[in-house]
Design a binder for this molecule. Sequence first.
Ligand SMILES: [Cu+2]
Length: 209
Amino acid sequence: MQTKTNVLVFSLAAILSLSVVAMGELPQAVADKDHDNEDKKLKFKKKADFTADCYQVNLGMGTNWDCKASFWLDKNGENLKYKIQIDNMDLTGYQTIPHEGTDSDNVTGVHLHDAALDGMPHVLNIWKAPIEDDAQMRVIPALGIIQGIYDDGDVNPHNDHGPTLPLTDKIDDLCDGKFFVMVHNGPGVLKGDAIPTKQGEKLCKKLSS
Ligand SMILES: [Cu+2]
């Protein structure tokens, strides 16, 4: 039979051991929160470092096709996380009803381009044609979302339409607002310039110093 003292001692011991467990686990919990990316142990801020609002650059496109994108650069300038939201176009299958006067609203390719380079070639091939180079790329077709992380591991020097280039060689162009996302549909193209936010400007300053 337990005495009152025994119960008290037992309770104190239990509370102390729980506290020790909680204190021991706290740093791990913080670390997990910082590294909540499934694919890579990276820390990205909540707010974006670059944002892009798309506009139509070719005639003959569906009037309500649109996209926007957010980008996050890690503090070492080695990984660029992106999230592209495409509206009223199909990534796979038939998520939207084709609009009258347009043959198709299917996306044929999504890329990052660099306006500082001759001929504005690709820096990253994201989706469909000519190739998908980002190992972390994920698509949620029903929501029109493409996301991933661009890093130097994605480099693909194949020589046809556009190679994927090392991100770390192009950070200055990115920081200068020269990167843009393109969503292709045959002759139609949506274009969105990745413009640094205040937070992105600060990070770019740090990286260039
Ligand atoms: Cu393109």
